[in-house]
Ligand binder design. Structure first.
Ligand SMILES: Nc1ncnc2c1ncn2[C@@H]1O[C@H](COP(=O)(O)OP(=O)(O)OP(=O)(O)O)[C@@H](O)[C@H]1O
Length: 453
């Protein structure tokens, strides 16, 4: 089987991490101690340190068979911490986030859903050697056929500071050059095997041609030196699931766009594992474990837990980070009369878990997180407005709710044509417009709405 590699630019990655976009890592120093605020993380110092130590174990390849359980009340930043672990592992490391109940609602078996989530969380860096022609365009000459019909032909002259060469052009290359609007003075690279043309910039020698001020001009650069033909190693970062889907006859890569990948045959996965293993042995690819975050893990059932137990042992396993806010509860799907278990997780899986406790945020921490979010959303706020938001976060017990009010308050400020930063009145307006959970529940209770609370 000739294994196809998906091109990362072709693939739509839908990651639900917009609200966590300010997080860039665990914010630890060289001794793995947490700084008060760093890389977008605030507080949770002992949890961050513990997560950092686990990441070190992963980097040393010593995490097989183990997983992390983050235990703490809602809104303590469990997702944020799991994402920070992924980012500490590397910039192109996959992060997959899943709420346990999702595995029951997809149009596939729950173990297949988990398997796909596992494979989405394993990154493969594929190295490819490409031959390039890179230099400055001296001249493009296009010859129309004398008869007026038939394909166009032409020549392109390219140079570096050390050499100059003329290459023949076929009609396809002529079209690509026209499409990319390549002209003399441009610095380009051409992939020899695919013919892909990339415009890198424009030669300094041509800087005078574009002296019109106020227009966003091209990027000027020096004419390259050395040989025109060079070899370069490019790295494609993909995940195992993407390779599975693209090589699965019944799915094809279009399924990656719709997300409707259906079930994938075990034989396809076995072949991919084999092929990726070969690439790894040949030094062509590197397998990098990413992070699979499973929120509300107590919602999984025994069948899912036994799948996890087995999958954690496999050679290709991501870092599994589970989260729960439950104490002792029943394991779902266990036989009648089954014993209660800590966090609703069966004891055999519990034994494999490293448990990290998450503490509720202090007011100062809530304020710091909200300030980071305002910064991230490029919303300027007065200190008093930030204080008001902090109070809302503390009183409603929902940092997420308070964070959501940032953009609404900013909108309110624009509506009143405010010239300065977002102020308390805008926060109040946003708070009045959009209810938090406890206000909406008490409203429904007062008006006779049905409820289970
Ligand atoms: N310790 C933290 N440092 C930085 N940002 C945080 C921290 N904790 C939470 N946040 C951010 O605060 C916002 C609200 O988070 P929320 O409390 O919903 O976090 P979460 O990670 O989804 O929590 P949980 O999974 O525990 O419910 C998010 O943008 C999140 O990234």
């Amino acid at each position: 089987m000739a294994t196809k590699i998906p091109e990362s630019s072709d693939i739509l990655r839908v990651e639900r991490i917009g609200v966590h976009s300010h997080i860039r890592g665990l914010g630890l120093n060289e001794k793995l101690e947490a700084r008060e605020e760093a890389q977008g993380m605030v507080g949770q110092k002992s949890a961050r340190r513990a997560a950092g130590i686990f990441v070190k174990m992963v980097q040393a390849g010593r995490h097989a068979g183990r997983a992390v359980l983050l235990a703490g009340p809602p809104g303590t930043g469990k997702t944020a911490l799991a994402l920070a672990m992924a980012q500490t592992l590397g910039p192109d490391v996959p992060f997959t986030s899943l709420v346990a109940s999702e595995v029951f609602s997809l149009e596939m078996s729950k173990t297949e859903a988990l398997m796909q989530a596992f494979r989405k969380s394993i990154g493969v860096r594929i190295r490819e050697e490409v031959e390039l022609i890179r230099g400055e365009v001296v001249e493009i000459q296009i010859d129309r056929p004398a008869s007026g019909v038939g394909p166009k032909v032409g020549k392109i002259t390219m140079k570096t500071t050390d050499m100059e060469t003329i290459y023949d052009l076929g009609s396809k290359m002529i079209d690509s050059l026209a499409r990319e609007k390549i002209s003399a003075g441009d610095i380009i690279s051409i992939d020899k095997s695919t013919g892909k043309i990339t415009k890198l910039g424009r030669s300094y020698a041509r800087a005078r041609d574009f002296s019109v001020s106020g227009t966003a001009g091209p990027k000027y650069m020096a004419c390259p030196d050395g040989e025109l033909q060079t070899r370069e190693t490019v790295v494609h970062s993909v995940n195992l699931h993407e390779i599975d889907v693209i090589n699965s006859r019944t799915q094809g890569f279009l399924a990656l766009f719709s997300g409707d990948t259906g079930e994938i045959k075990p034989e396809v996965r076995e072949q991919i594992n084999q092929r990726v293993g070969d690439w790894r042995d040949e030094g062509k690819a590197e397998v990098v474990p990413g992070v699979l975050f499973i929120d509300e893990v107590h919602m999984l059932d025994v069948e899912c837990f036994s799948f996890l137990n087995r999958a954690l042992e496999s050679e290709l396993a991501p870092v599994v980070v589970m989260a729960t806010n439950r104490g002792v509860t029943h394991v779902r799907g266990a036989e009648e009369g089954a014993v209660l278990s800590a966090h609703g997780i069966p004891p055999d899986l519990l034994e494999r878990l490293v448990i990290i406790l998450m503490q509720p945020h202090s007011e100062a921490e809530l304020r710091a997180v909200l300030a980071l979010r305002a910064d991230e959303e490029e919303v300027d706020m007065t200190p008093a407005a930030l204080d008001a938001l902090t109070r809302i976060a503390a009183d409603t017990g929902s940092l997420r709710y308070a964070a959501q009010l940032i953009s609404t308050a900013s909108f309110a400020a624009r509506r009143r044509a405010a010239v300065g930063p977002v102020d308390v009145q805008d926060v109040e307006r946003a708070y009045a417009l959009f209810s938090d959970r406890s206000r909406s529940v008490s409203y429904l209770q007062q008006t006779g709405g049905a409820g289970f609370l």
